[in-house]
Design a protein around this ligand. Structure first.
Ligand code: URP
Ligand code: ZN
Ligand code: ZN
Length: 466
């Protein structure tokens, strides 16, 4: 089937232009100057809309077992919500826990996703136990499984934590096979000391989750990861969910030295604060318990992160979508903040939330598209199949209405959460129509796709490495 997306403003990494996009089957066949396209195909009128590549969320945790419970979005509910919000590909984290065989962990994630996803998906692999076997498995995943990025944790001792020696070994392996090391950069052992001391003082409210994870412990871990990667012959390193000015400074310094160091941030760090959200009265703040934590609004974190996005010291905006309901899940931490499952859900809202950066003149249109679509595709080896409106690319396309309005609420969202971290937000812009590999899967806020249509995307090495 051929479709012509006519009359819109195509936005790519090099900026906006007027063009008509011809879709043939699952791919983009051609882009015509206005009025030059052949007659015949079904027309989608894009007048007044931006035509952007389907967004890619490079950091999600659907139905992830974590914190004594499981993330509340399944691959079914989470990818459906993502689709409605303009995201057409996710990269989720398959998990190898300490003592498990890496390939078994991966097989478990393939089993969870089989026939469940509404959009395309890839996997990163969490290595929870670095040893001879898991290092060997990294080679096999890169060579044969389309998995070219591995997440390690400097936080969560006793759960996913790797010590510096293990991190160095994994980085050396990644340097050999070309993979990207993704790092959760917080000093877990030091945080555990602060958490214990806080609880002993009777400081049990959600806000102490943030106060026991000061930015210095994010900056220190970020710096340590950067220097360990240097020892591993400049192994490619990607810092996940970067939240704080001092951590950003470490990344900026490394990049100024020409290092293979990259970082992402997430919408929650660009907009929300420790005082206003995490510090909400009573147990309300539990809604925003995530790690790294929300930072103080009295400091310059949010402004610094927006600047980092403009200067490319922050390359990507992902959600770190890891939703938990208040009832029975976040509530596990009443009386002890350390038992609140860590995570926020935003997979449905990232495209809209980042568009506010354009509205507020913090980002150009091109940079909006780069940070939510093109760069994640290039960073994680899916480009040019994904992340760009170009002939030959998958027809993953979003029509975005800059004159629309979006109101975010638990009453209307599609994520499997009993609250919204963005309740009542009224924002400019609206996802109008979403195509995934040539199929209209959402239009006017109505979902038209189906469970199981999403395909696994095996990934190549990152484009950003020479
Ligand atoms: O709070 C978070 N970020 N939960 C998900 C796990 C992780 O560290 O990304
Ligand atoms: Zn993490
Ligand atoms: Zn995460």
């Amino acid at each position: 089937m051929t479709i012509l997306i006519k009359g819109g403003t195509v936005v790519g990494p090099s900026g906006p232009y007027s063009g008509d996009v011809l879709v043939d089957g699952e791919t983009i066949a051609a882009i015509f100057a206005p009025g030059q396209a052949p007659e015949g195909p079904e027309i989608i009128d894009a007048t007044g809309k931006y035509v952007i590549p389907g967004a890619i969320d490079a950091h999600t945790h659907m139905q992830m077992p974590f914190g004594g419970t499981e993330a509340s979005d399944t691959f079914d509910t989470g990818t459906r919500a993502a689709a409605i919000g303009g995201t057409t590909t996710i990269i989720d984290f398959a998990i190898q826990r300490y003592g498990e065989v890496v390939q078994d962990g991966l097989a478990a994630w393939h089993a969870k996703t089989a026939d469940q996803c509404h959009i395309d998906y890839g996997f990163h692999m969490i290595i929870g136990g670095v040893d001879d076997d898991s290092l060997k498995a990294m080679d096999q995943l890169v060579a044969s499984e389309g998995i070219t990025s591995f997440k390690l944790f400097m936080a969560y001792p006793g759960v996913f934590y790797s010590d510096d020696g293990q991190i160095l070994r994994a980085m050396q392996k990644a340097r050999e096979n070309g993979a990207m090391i993704m790092m959760h950069a917080e000093n877990g052992p030091a945080i555990d000391v602060l958490v214990k001391q806080a609880l002993e003082r009777g400081e049990t409210d959600p806000v102490f989750h943030g106060l026991t994870r000061p930015q210095e412990l994010e900056a220190e871990a970020t710096s340590r990861a950067i220097w360990l990667a240097a020892v591993a012959a400049d192994c490619p390193l990607y810092i996940v969910h970067l939240s704080a000015s001092k951590a950003l400074e470490q990344v900026r310094n490394a990049r100024d030295l020409g290092r293979n160091v990259f970082a992402e941030t997430c919408p929650q760090y660009l907009y929300l604060t420790l005082e206003d959200q995490l510090g909400a009265p009573g147990f309300e703040g539990a809604k925003w318990v995530c790690s790294t934590p929300l930072r103080s609004g009295k400091e310059s974190h949010r402004a610094d992160l927006w600047q980092g996005l403009r200067t490319n010291d922050l390359s990507v905006v992902s959600t770190d979508h890891c939703p938990f309901c208040m009832k029975d899940q976040k509530e596990m931490g009443i009386g002890d903040f350390s038992k609140i499952p860590n995570g926020i859900g935003s997979v449905e809202h990232r495209v809209d939330l980042l568009y506010q950066g354009v509205v507020e003149k913090k980002l150009s249109l091109a940079r909006w598209v780069e940070t939510i679509a093109t760069t994640p595709a290039r960073m994680f080896g899916m480009y040019p199949k994904k992340g760009i409106i170009a002939p030959g690319s998958d027809a993953d396309i979003v029509l975005y209405d800059p004159n629309g309005r979006t109101r975010i609420s638990v009453e209307t969202h599609h994520m499997n959460m009993d609250y919204s971290a963005w309740e009542g937000w009224e924002i400019d812009g609206k996802v109008d129509t979403v195509l995934s590999r040539g199929e209209v899967i959402a239009s006017g806020g109505e979902y038209k796709g189906r469970k199981g249509r999403g395909k696994y995307v095996p990934r190549s090495l990152s484009d950003y490495l020479v």
